[in-house]
Design a protein around this ligand. Structure first.
Ligand SMILES: [Zn+2]
Ligand SMILES: [Zn+2]
Ligand SMILES: [Zn+2]
Ligand SMILES: [Zn+2]
Ligand SMILES: [Zn+2]
Length: 334
């Protein structure tokens, strides 16, 4: 075409991890899949400058590296804060009021060197290690490189849960335990994600302050919800309905305000439910039944003699027999 300049085609850089090929977002510090440390060099020659210390792409107008925070001031550095130097986008002004522009997700202001903060709106959770945004199925936090779920903070509880499931002969169903601020629970739209209120863990000064019995009980209770979601057709059988009732009542499964999951003893308050909390909703009833079943390693005879002493009614025995039969039937199918 005469008169118009032909645009040169520039290949778009591939945003994939060089080690595992998982997709990345630009300027993540770590691959969210394999945890590899990432370098964002100026491979496309956008600015012609890389930080002398960390090697990431910078502008020669910067006086601080926005990635590692070190002083990179030299004769090219702009004496005044700029809004948008070449190669960088303007997302907002520096939160400290220096007047310069900053781009997501810069850690430091390139003009005044003070730390920047970002709202991580497009993420499902916040990292229990660095409080930045992570997604539920990420392995490593893209910002700090630690376990994005916080499972590394509760190894003792998870080990116990895994062992109890094995001896109860319940196969794992690809569930995922993670720490979440403000809530413990399982939602029907993410039935394999077991949320554990992170204050039980991250608010403690030392691991000795964590109540491992409570955490184990809580996780087993939530696993009960997840197990039921995973085997939802079970809830449509007549025997299930007779034992637990209609589980499809409108209801958000959330256990921020519960009960004593630490307790292993059967309570005497409600004759037809294993615990008082089990009486709040059929789904809670199942989750509590599941928790006791697994905590007691599926040994029903032992449990039933306790039910007898605690004057539990026939419905409680039937719930446990039903769960026991169902667990056995799953082993037969797989
Ligand atoms: Zn990777
Ligand atoms: Zn740097
Ligand atoms: Zn600034
Ligand atoms: Zn992190
Ligand atoms: Zn519950």
């Amino acid at each position: 075409m005469a008169g118009t300049r032909k645009r040169r085609e520039v290949p778009k850089p591939e945003l994939r991890c060089p080690t595992c090929r998982a997709e990345l977002e630009r300027f993540w510090s770590y691959c969210s899949d394999c945890g590899r440390h990432l370098d964002w060099r100026d491979t496309q020659k956008e600015t012609g400058t890389e930080c002398y210390y960390c090697g990431w792409m910078v502008s020669d107008t910067f006086s601080t590296c926005p990635w590692c925070g070190r002083n990179i001031e030299d004769v090219h550095s702009s004496p005044e804060p700029l809004k948008k130097p070449k190669g960088f986008k303007y997302d907002r002004r520096c939160r400290w009021g220096c007047g310069g522009g900053v781009m997501y997700p810069m850690r430091y202001c390139p003009w005044c060197s003070r730390p920047e903060k970002w709202r991580y709106e497009n993420y499902q959770n916040i990292c229990p290690h660095c409080d930045k945004g992570v997604d539920d199925w990420m392995e490593s936090c893209p910002w700090c490189g630690e376990d994005a779920t916080g499972r590394d903070l509760i190894p003792r509880a998870l080990r116990r849960v895994r062992r109890l499931l094995v001896v109860s002969r319940i196969k794992p169903w690809n569930y995922r335990v993670l720490l979440r601020p403000g809530v413990s629970g399982v939602t029907h739209y993410a039935p394999k994600v077991i949320e554990v209120e992170r204050r039980y863990v991250t608010g403690k000064r030392s691991r000795d302050e964590i109540s491992w019995n409570m955490l184990t009980g809580l996780i087993l209770h939530e696993l009960g919800h997840s197990f039921l979601f995973h085997n939802w057709s079970f809830t449509r059988t007549d025997r299930f309905r007779r034992a637990f009732g209609e589980v499809r009542k409108a209801y958000r499964v959330s256990d921020s305000k519960w009960v004593d999951f630490e307790m292993r003893g059967v309570t005497t308050t409600l004759p037809n439910h294993v615990t008082a909390y089990a009486g709040t909703h059929p789904q809670e009833d199942f989750a509590e039944t599941f928790r006791y079943y697994v905590t007691r390693r599926g040994r029903l005879r032992e449990l039933f003699s306790e039910f007898g002493r605690k004057r539990k009614g026939v419905p409680v025995f039937e719930k446990f027999l039903l769960l026991g039969d169902f667990v056995r039937s799953l082993r037969g199918w797989r």
